[in-house]
Ligand binder design. Structure first.
Ligand code: FES
Length: 87
């Protein structure tokens, strides 16, 4: 499990081991855009301020993955206990 900290609202959303970050956000009433839910379309991407995503999408290029500035909540997770999103 890991936490998503939403910088714009100050909310912290817990993502349990068995759920996607997208599901946890939607369950918490956070409005996000989803399409493929398989990490291929890029629709769901959210900006990262702090923390290191565990990129599991197939959309971001190598440099984008290394930059750790975008996060695909439909499938990616976190390598740090918390990801702070500019959202
Ligand atoms: Fe398509 Fe996340 S919804 S990449």
């Amino acid at each position: 499990a890991f936490d998503l900290f939403l910088a714009k609202t100050g909310r912290t959303i817990r993502v349990p081991a068995g759920a996607t970050a997208a599901r946890a956000l939607l369950d918490a009433g956070v409005d996000i855009r989803l399409s493929c839910e398989q990490g291929v379309c890029g629709t769901c991407l959210l900006p990262v301020i702090e923390g290191v995503p565990d990129h599991r999408d197939h959309y971001l290029g190598k440099a984008e993955r290394a930059a750790n500035r975008l996060f695909a909540p439909c499938c990616s997770r976190a390598r740090t206990p918390r990801l702070t999103l500019d959202y």
